[in-house]
Write a protein that binds this ligand. Structure first.
Ligand code: GLA
Ligand code: CA
Length: 696
């Protein structure tokens, strides 16, 4: 290969004979093997956006009887028609597989995460598993797009009910839903969107959950309000329609400005830390635009959410949504979510940890099993990401900095990838046709995947060692671990820490596999295994050498979270960010990646976008950008009593299934309703009220 000839040219005299001999053994990359056959079970009924929803006024509106009786009749709440916006969002019956629903019952979720608090605008997690998806709403929506016809694919309207582009394509005018209210009855307006944008996204001291930054919507993008209900975006590029996806979960979901703003340092004496922590989990009834608001929190036990009386979506008969009165979030473990969903003591699980596949399948097989289990396509996968910032991000010490320099060396990354035996790794999680070899980049079996543009470095320990030598690493003291070159990090053994989310068995299993596969290569990997919310913080803060990462929608749908595919902005990449000076120290091939991703975002042409993603995949896998580990299908487990679960919902394509199933339309037929409501006939109380829900 030319590259090698070039490297040898000037430097050949310096290379030892053994290195030359070894480097001749390095196997060139191949196209990845065909994955074992595994068909998704549910067939999707594809539709257009207008088949799902519209915004319009209906002649009359309805709500659960107890709301009218206990709250409206006593004057505690206005009538339902006065709580709804002028033109609510109306879900079309034709797209509801079981039709119009009835009120009542609870969806009992179980999660492994723990809430930090309710200030997601300032970066706090609520514990995942769809809590934040249930309580927040975003300008647009992506989850349900799995069922949209390819030629009509664009984000669903949501808080932004419509938008239009200026003739030159640089201005996007968005119309927010008019007259919608937060769950405490306060109006939702552009003031909420502008507080999110000005004082959270654009305040360098604040990083919203999921990392929204100015660059997330394009460098140089501006946002202004025109009155209460119009937002005006300007972009450097013409028609960057891709950013409409960024306005979906979780990068443009405004929080309640009337509650948050008074705590923000710009408008108070608070520090940024105090602002972030001003709404701990104990703060109940935080106002939401979502269908349910949190009304009860018991540490390590449960979060309970009750229906939002001001929710702004209805069915075609005018019934205010949601149909379900309550959501539970039991605070347990992710593995327990699977166990409980299968057993019927929980209602929902994204079966995503292969370690529990066989048991879950076995238990769901019988006709009287309480839950149905449906496998989707292979869209769950993990990569090993080297921290590529040599610019001070995360403030590494001398050893850490030396590892960053190594991470930036192509030979080093090739050594690592060639030392990973992906077949063995996959089989260590589960036997059978589930896992498949994943070289990295776009997932096989998804729209933008192109096998011929994918470079796979097969398992080859000798070749890997040769690459390590080319990276300048030798075991100088004969203890089996290669050393940094003299003069770097004291010439000590190369020890790399691997950041791992301890909340998931799969993350831990894969990390163990990586440790044991790096050992014979001569690299010592030390695990930094921490609970999920700490993992998130260390990742956001750049405090890792390598990390194990469950990939997200950028690599499955590509159109969602596209900006995360490359460091197109100072904070957009998961594993390569800017230092203090705001600059990302891009490697030469990353400059090309950035260029390709920017072109993809700006391109109005589907065929061109497809070509661009081939280039992306080639650059990504040739250069071993992220080191793919394994890829496999996930299954949605959901209790059989629920109706209106769309067919073929993938557990994570454009977003997680908690969004994609459109929970506000899900219901339980009257004869199947369980007595699970912990706070029947109550609604969210006053914000911050320690008393929990209101009885009316
Ligand atoms: C966690 C879970 C996923 C999904 C998401 C939703 O990451 O592992 O299955 O529930 O939360 O945010
Ligand atoms: Ca050594």
């Amino acid at each position: 290969m030319n590259k090698y000839a070039l490297a040898l040219g000037g430097a050949s005299l310096l290379l030892s004979v053994s290195v030359l001999a070894a480097q001749a053994q390095t196997k060139p990359p191949i196209t990845p093997p065909e994955p074992p056959k595994f068909d998704a079970q549910g067939k999707i009924d594809y539709v257009g956006v207008a088949d799902i929803l519209e915004f319009k006024a209906l002649p009359d509106y309805h709500e659960p009887d107890w709301v009218t009786k206990n709250f409206v009749a006593s004057g505690k709440l206005p009538a339902v028609k006065d709580r709804l916006p002028k033109e609510p969002m109306v879900y079309k019956q034709g797209n509801m597989v079981d039709g119009l629903g009835v009120y009542g019952d609870t969806m009992r979720h179980v999660i492994g995460g723990r809430p930090e608090g309710w200030n997601y605008s300032a970066g706090q997690t609520q514990g995942w598993g769809g809590i934040d998806i249930g309580l927040s709403e975003c300008l647009t929506r992506s989850g349900p797009l799995f069922q949209i016809k390819a030629d009509e694919l664009q984000p669903l309207p949501n808080l932004a009910k419509s938008w239009e582009w200026s003739e030159d394509g640089h201005t996007l005018t968005m119309h927010l839903i008019e007259g919608a209210k937060w769950s405490d009855g306060q109006p939702f307006t552009t003031a909420d969107a502008m507080f999110y944008w000005d004082d959270n996204v654009n305040d360098p001291n604040v990083t919203p959950l999921n990392g929204a930054a100015p660059g997330s919507f394009g460098e140089g993008t501006t946002l202004k309000a025109d009155g209460d209900y119009t937002l005006i975006w300007t972009f450097k590029d013409a028609f960057p329609k891709q950013y409409l996806y960024q306005m979906a979960y979780g990068t443009f979901c405004p929080g309640p400005a009337h509650i948050l703003k008074p705590q923000h340092p710009k408008y108070s004496k608070n520090t940024y830390e105090q602002y972030k922590n001003a709404f701990p989990p104990e703060y109940l009834n935080i106002p939401v635009m979502g269908a349910w608001a949190p009304v009860e929190y018991r540490p390590d036990d449960i979060i309970v959410m009750r229906r939002n009386p001001y929710y702004w979506k209805v069915d075609e008969a005018g019934n205010q949504l949601p149909y379900l009165n309550e959501l539970h979030y039991k605070l347990s473990t992710w593995a327990d979510r699977d166990v409980q969903a299968v057993a019927g003591s929980g209602d929902f699980a994204n079966l995503e940890q292969p370690e529990s596949f066989v048991e879950a399948l076995k238990r769901s097989a019988s006709a009287d099993a309480p839950a149905r289990l449906e496998f989707g396509p292979r869209i769950i996968g993990y990569s090993l990401y080297p921290n590529l910032s040599a610019n001070g991000w995360g403030e590494p010490d001398e050893r850490g900095q030396a590892v960053r320099e190594l991470n930036r060396n192509e030979h080093f990354r090739k050594a690592i990838t060639s030392a990973v035996d992906r077949k063995r790794l996959g089989e260590s999680l589960v036997k059978g046709p589930f896992t498949t070899i994943y070289p990295g980049g776009i997932y096989s079996g998804t729209t933008y995947y192109d096998k011929d543009s994918t470079a796979y470095y097969p398992f080859d320990l000798e070749g890997a060692k040769a690459e390590l030598a080319l990276a300048g690493l030798k075991d100088t003291d004969g203890d089996g671990i290669v050393n940094f070159p003299a003069g770097t990090a004291g010439g000590k053994n190369v020890e790399v820490t691997l950041l791992v989310n301890a909340d998931y068995q799969t993350d831990k299993s894969l990390a163990d596999g990586v440790v044991s596969m790096m050992e014979p290569l001569g690299i010592r990997v030390l695990l930094n295994q921490v609970e999920g919310k700490q993992r998130d913080a260390l990742q956001q803060g750049g405090q890792f050498d390598w990390m194990i990462f469950r990939n997200q929608e950028d690599l499955t749908s590509v159109v969602q979270k596209t900006v995360n595919l490359a460091p197109i902005g100072p904070k957009t990449s998961w594993f390569h960010r800017a230092g203090e000076d705001g600059q990302v120290d891009l490697l030469p091939f990353e400059k090309e990646l950035v260029d390709v991703v920017n072109k993809f975002i700006a391109s109005p042409d589907a065929a061109e976008q497809k070509e661009l993603m081939k280039q992306f995949q080639k650059l990504y896998t040739d250069n071993v950008y992220g080191i793919g580990l394994t890829q496999y299908p996930g299954a949605l487990i959901i209790n059989k009593r629920f109706a209106n679960i769309p067919k073929g919902v993938p557990i994570n394509l454009f977003n997680w299934a908690e969004d994609s199933i459109i929970r506000e339309r899900v219901f339980v037929p009257a004869d199947k309703q369980g007595k699970y409501e912990l706070f029947p006939e109550t609604l969210p109380g006053a914000p911050g009220d320690k008393g929990g829900p209101a009885k009316g």
